[in-house]
Design a protein around this ligand. Structure first.
Ligand SMILES: CC(C)(COP(=O)(O)OP(=O)(O)OC[C@H]1O[C@@H](n2cnc3c(N)ncnc32)[C@H](O)[C@@H]1OP(=O)(O)O)[C@@H](O)C(=O)NCCC(=O)NCCS
Length: 169
């Protein structure tokens, strides 16, 4: 976990070399939080595969300061049936020690810009449980609540609702 964030945040396209840093950030959420429905940590190799699967109009990005990765995010296909092709889903993860300093906003702002330049019509976010930080981040970036799916996930013995937020490009 990072504890100090000097300098200016830069958001760039992720590369295979970001697998270890981004897996560490993601796995802290897998093991310790309700923010992702994954239950098993990703190996660095699996994270390399995840990064390799993102590119073109479905990029993965990292936020860094002075070469240190603070967080990452991605645009992913919303659903695989072809009529959903104009919709994209975002994900954003920031190292616990780097939160509350604008990193998430920098990543999500970049992702919505990439979604616009990629020709998408709208961006969807699925936010699990009582994730006030993600709700605040998405609202700050212009997303609005459009619905809640009740108790569709179960993690650490707890039922999880999923709030659906949407941003019209
Ligand atoms: C959600 C998350 C990405 C936010 O990243 P962050 O770098 O802390 O967010 P920022 O500092 O850019 O803050 C963005 C906005 O959200 C608000 N915010 C951030 N954390 C908050 C919290 N815990 N409670 C209330 N508001 C919060 C900020 O005030 C800011 O609003 P403003 O720009 O209008 O002042 C981060 O908390 C995280 O990685 N959480 C774990 C993973 C996760 O939940 N990912 C999303 C899955 S849907």
């Amino acid at each position: 976990m990072l504890s100090f964030v000097p300098g200016t945040i830069r958001v760039r396209i992720a590369t295979a070399a970001d697998a270890e840093a981004t897996a560490a950030i993601y796995n802290a959420e897998v093991l310790g939080a309700m923010t992702t429905f994954d239950l098993v940590p990703r190996t660095v190799r699996a994270q390399q595969g995840w990064l390799a699967g993102h590119g073109g109009v479905y990029p993965a990005v990292v936020a860094e300061v002075d070469g240190g990765v603070l967080g990452f995010g991605a645009l992913s296909p919303y659903r695989n049936r072809p009529a959903y092709a104009t919709t994209v889903e975002d994900s954003v993860y920031v190292d616990e020690g780097a939160r509350g300093q604008g990193t998430g906003r920098a990543i999500l702002t970049q992702l919505t810009e990439l979604a616009r330049s990629g020709g998408f019509h709208t961006v969807i976010a699925h936010i699990a449980g009582d994730n006030d930080a993600s709700v605040a981040l998405h609202q700050a970036c212009g997303f609005a609540l459009v619905g809640v799916e009740r108790e569709i996930g179960r993690k650490f013995g707890t039922w999880l609702d999923v709030a659906i937020f949407q941003y019209m490009l």
